[in-house]
Design a protein around this ligand. Sequence first.
Ligand code: CA
Length: 530
Amino acid sequence: MRRITLLLLLLALIAAACSSDEPAATTAVTTTPPAPATTVAPTTTLPPEPPAPWWEGRVFYEVFVRSFQDSDGDGIGDLRGLIDRLDYLNDGDPTTTDDLGVTGIWLMPIMSSPSYHGYDVTDYRKVNFQYGTNEDFLELMDAAQERGIAVIVDLVLNHTSRQHKWFARSFLEQDGYDDWYVWDDREPGAGWHAAGDRTYFGLFWEGMPDLNLENPDVTAELYDIADFWLNEMGVDGFRLDAVKHFIEDEPQIENTPATLAWAQAFNEFTEEAKTGALTVGEVWNDSRIVSTYIPDALDLAFEFTLASEIIDAAQSGRSDTLPIVMQTVLDEYPLGQYSPFLTNHDQDRVASVLVGDASKGKLAASLLLTIPGVPFMYYGEEIGMRGRKPDELIRTPMPWDATEAGGFTTVEPWQPFDPNKDEVNVAAQIDDPDSLLSHYRSLIQLRSASSALRIGEMTLVDTGNNSVFAFTRESADQRLLVVINLNKQPQSEYGLPEITAIGEQLYGADWTLGAELPGRSTTIVELGAS
Ligand code: CA
């Protein structure tokens, strides 16, 4: 989509050069004024940078609606419950600091589905009745917009529910739906499931048959669904599920050229349907593969490799391979055009991996929220909510307080709370300045206020100490030094080459250049203007 914008700007510049008394193309005028004819740049100079995308500098929060807040006493979280809790995420008032301050939310699937998780959709244009109605969703959009919170929704394009009416028609070879799924006459096994005397492909589960994305009718229908959510429901974009599996080309079943091409065409379609529509994709692979999707096939992608490196560093107290992995990420992606995270709804919760040690949790949060990219948090991560697989146990209800119903509902919740609820809940941390929640809140607010943390270049600093991970962040008007002591013990033996003077301290205990770093600490200082 950046390419399209650049093209429009180029066209606008050419138009301005050819005829200075006529306005340039309308689309470009709204974003960048046309250059006066007398100052049109020589052909060797690039046109001006397109405006930054709206999602740059945002912090997103992944919400499982079923587990966030129940509003009607059935033990199941719903959209009205989420609306009631939006002020916790961001109250929209920049003068208050008791909200988390996130500026985007990702809703796990909210469309009609027979399962609790919703990744097997039966109606793409209808909100799951347990979560509310399409009208409730429109109210959520309004309430989020008032608070400056963007909303993206999970969109599952790789497969549907086996109970979707499309699959029944395809099975019966009716109404032109014959080729909507991937049928064959081979024996069942390895992703192939029996249906009548044929088999169909369903990579994840027999209940989730893969759509045939090579069928133009399927593609057209999915475009129409995307258009519906962008323009009728008002979403700001999509989290795209299972992107690498879109189109198999046996024996290659992941990241095929056809998959990248389909994703690119879809990304271009969403941008045409709604300017600025965000696509953030799940491509669960190494950075070098994931980055091939950026920026054409996806606007952003989750950085799985970096996520596990961050958690390993917080867990072990050593940076080990973190600098190498971080540098690879910096080298492979356009600056900041990926999404760091710690864990998501498919992984053991970070607080369980870190065995509930909040000081380690703070280190992981510090890394997540000071590096480049558009960070995503998983609900409850900010309070150290725990959970290990099976999946239901990493998606338990949000513990708002220590009461029996946890502030989540008034009845028995759809799934029991994590057993640590009495100690690990929002009420226990919200007024404690030393809590994990306060740490998240402070760092998110600092990031939102700091251009260097939001969009600045990152340069790793070799400290000569495996426990001390340090780097600079530099934007046009701000230069910061971030020093993170991963070790439980204070560290005084470390170097900060090329850092000669520091200015204001923005985060952490009082520190002067070269002074001892407290154990498991985060220090952020401003450096002189460069
Ligand atoms: Ca409910």
